[in-house]
Design a protein around this ligand. Structure first.
Ligand SMILES: [Zn+2]
Length: 228
């Protein structure tokens, strides 16, 4: 049995969700003492915690989460450490030049899952988590051109998070629109990417098969290539 690296934040009632999304809650519905069995009642949005976005999240005729083949979510990973040269700043726009070095790695692993590490997962549960760096529209277009099947980030979103809800409605969400528009899945709120930077890794980001849904929480894990 290989050792799995867990890339998932724990779903708890106090987790931060995207501004305007429903909160996550889990409470007892049936209990051992009263009912002879424990069953929880869960309430959450489709983008709670570590999760994937289906194209229909932003694209009217895009695929729904249950229409995407499961093999899309499992495969070799290319991890790009955007902090390799320096720490990123709050709300910094990351350019294609900052990750262009991954182009060769992606060519060597066609159809790979691209995971971008900003180091922001360390701020999970703090106000600074919302001040994350984000990716430029040009980076989105160049990433699509590499032929990846899925792009994952360790932030709340690959686009800037606008806290003001009125302004959010006008926000462009260029990365989401370009990547999901190309039929490529996005994963958000990953953690632990520092543990899989060296060596060859396979990741699994399998969503729930939620009928007609635009996204789903996942249990994201990685294992060393060849160990399973
Ligand atoms: Zn999402």
């Amino acid at each position: 049995m290989p050792d799995f690296v867990d890339l998932t934040h724990r779903l708890d009632s106090d987790i931060a969700v995207y501004p305007g999304d429903p909160p996550f809650s889990s409470c007892p519905h049936l209990t051992l003492s009263a009912d002879g069995v424990n069953v929880a009642r869960l309430t959450f949005g489709s983008h709670a915690g570590t999760h994937v976005d289906a194209p229909i999240h932003f694209v009217a005729d895009g695929k729904k989460i249950d229409e995407i083949p499961p093999e899309t979510f499992v495969g070799p990973a290319v991890v790009v450490d955007l902090t390799a040269q320096r720490e990123l700043c709050d709300r910094e726009e990351v350019q294609w030049a900052d990750l262009a070095l991954c182009e060769d790695a992606l060519k060597a692993r066609p159809g790979a899952i691209l995971l971008l590490r900003t180091g922001w997962s360390r701020y999970w549960g703090t106000p600074r988590y919302f001040e994350h760096p984000f990716l430029s529209a040009e980076a989105a277009r160049r990433i699509v051109a590499t032929g990846v099947r899925l792009v994952g980030v360790d932030t709340l979103s690959p686009d800037e998070t606008v806290l003001d809800e009125a302004a959010a409605a006008q926000h462009e969400y260029a990365f989401h629109k370009v990547v999901l528009g190309a039929g490529i899945v996005i994963a958000e709120n990953l953690t632990g990417l520092d543990a899989i930077q060296d060596g060859e890794w396979v990741v699994s980001l399998l969503p729930l098969k939620l009928g007609g849904c635009d996204g789903s929480p996942v249990r994201a894990v990685a294992w060393r290539q060849g160990e399973l």
